[in-house]
Design a protein around this ligand. Sequence first.
Ligand code: CP3
Length: 355
Amino acid sequence: DDDPSSSPSTTADPAQSLFARAARGERTSRPPVWFMRQAGRSLPEYRRLREGVPMLESCTRPDMVTEITLQPVRRYGVDAAIFYSDIVVPLRAVGVDVDVKPGVGPVVAHPIRTGADLDQLRPLEPDDVPYIDEAVRALVGELGPIPLIGFAGAPFTLASYLVEGGPSKHHEATKALMHSHPDVWHELLSRVAAISAAFLDVQVRAGASAVQLFDSWAGALSAADYAKFVLPHSATVLDSVLDVPRIHFGVGTSEFLPLMASAGADVVGVDWRLPLDEAALRVPGKPLQGNLDPAILGADRPVVEREVDRILAEGRRAPAHIFNLGHGVLPGTDPDVLARVVEQVQAVGASEAAG
Ligand code: CP3
């Protein structure tokens, strides 16, 4: 087979993959590349497979989860797979009446506004999600050397859906609860943190090589409120993870990137608002992941190429860089554009190895 020293991503053990080595902070010959939301509606093969099956039901069917997770790996040759599921899957598994509405996002039937509403949130047991264990095991077998990234929603982002009852622009009910009833708030976040930690644990025990905690809406908060009301709970989740690298990602969190790091991240995810060289100064010593603006993928080809080159250059200022977008792939993205981005990033290693 290939010589592992010249071709690190073909090493049989996913823990020795280019992605895993970068996540542990090793400077690799080129950045590994994968995309948040690489599976999903931008892929025609996904839309075909999902026809007639509701999103959250598809997440309980290991055959579908396996196939959908593998689709972008086959199409793009990315350096890591991200487990196909959703941040609300563990909430539904403990009995929360939540659904994902197409074009909208998670919608919760009985929003949490008082201490009594917390009864909806019991702890997650592994037996609540047998399909997650089964799908991860099947995927790890299929993926061989390619690492599988498990994930969970961070306590704040999940709490926002639970309190607002659905997607929210201003998170006003969430902030009102946080500030007016801090006791209820902290109990809510403790329960959600325990559920997210248990959801990650199932994935890691089944063989996931890394995990990412998604705090997509944390950027709605000030640094002070993040530190006081959120960070301790995200830290509980990240501290609970056994022996695999932990990526901590938020959108709009540039102003408190060091707090995101100190919550217990091995890798800090950066959105497109902050150049990676500047991020490297804010969280010295941390591997970074990011940060191509997903909306720019629709621009002319030379623009995308220049952006990728800029990010590759700025990423060299970090101890290690995992190439990704600054947030998830948008549904209207042309898959061929993502294929070219992968080619461009993976060519860095090729030219350096050749030269
Ligand atoms: O490729 C991957 O990244 C894997 C799977 C994944 C999904 N959701 C599948 C999905 C991951 C990692 C998530 C996480 C998730 N879900 C987050 C955090 C990441 C982020 O984007 O910030 C959030 C906030 C959610 C909540 C959620 N679920 C939203 C906002 C939506 C989109 C709603 C819509 O239709 O616009 C979902 C649904 C969802 N999750 C889809 C997919 C592929 C689309 C469902 C469909 O096919 O209709």
